[in-house]
Design a binder for this molecule. Structure first.
Ligand SMILES: [Zn+2]
Length: 179
């Protein structure tokens, strides 16, 4: 309902129940907000249902309960998407070579991207956008992370030697550039 319709709706209830007017602007705004997503006709059905089950005058909290029972808010469902599984974010595993002579030193890091589907823009607008190129040659595992396609035994979480943070950050930057 528009504000005008809410005003009409309030008048309708007041006439029906011989009620005094709404006292404050705040209370009026609450009514406007409460019935913004239902039509005037739906509002009348809410009042009718209330009237069937109650003999006293309606209050806003009670009408809201009837509103939700009769016209539940439509679930804000995410768009189906096979890349992000509807989450909006794409998690991609990336191998960072710390020491070219020892693969055991490699770090496996996970980067988060914004999916190109509507969920991405909606839930993770600040993340860099994923591209098909980035997930090329990767597969999404059961936890939803896009893994590198290499034999699992080659990979270890973290490095075996103490990690130089600066070095890691530089590696990550270099790796990101090469994508
Ligand atoms: Zn998606």
């Amino acid at each position: 309902m528009t504000k005008q319709e809410v005003t009409r709706f309030i008048t309708y209830i007041q006439d029906l129940y011989n009620m005094p007017g709404i006292e404050t602007q705040e209370a009026y705004e609450d009514w406007c907000e409460a019935f913004a997503n239902v039509t005037f006709e739906q509002g009348k059905r809410i009042v009718a249902q209330f009237g069937k089950e109650n003999t006293d005058r309606p209050t806003l909290p009670i009408l809201i309960k009837y509103r939700d029972a009769l016209f539940p808010p439509t679930a804000d469902k995410p768009a189906p998407c096979i890349v992000c599984n509807g989450t909006g974010t794409v998690l991609v595993e990336k191998r960072i070579v710390m020491n070219p002579r020892n693969p055991n030193d490699d770090l496996i890091t996970i980067f988060a991207y914004q999916c190109t589907c509507p969920n991405g823009k909606r839930f993770y607008p600040t993340l860099p956008l994923i591209s098909r190129e980035i997930i090329k040659n990767k597969h999404r595992d059961i936890s939803g992370i896009w893994r590198v396609e290499e034999p699992a035994e080659q990979f270890k979480w973290g490095a075996k030697r103490p990690v130089d943070k600066k070095e890691v950050i530089q590696q990550m930057k270099d790796t990101a550039k090469s994508w």
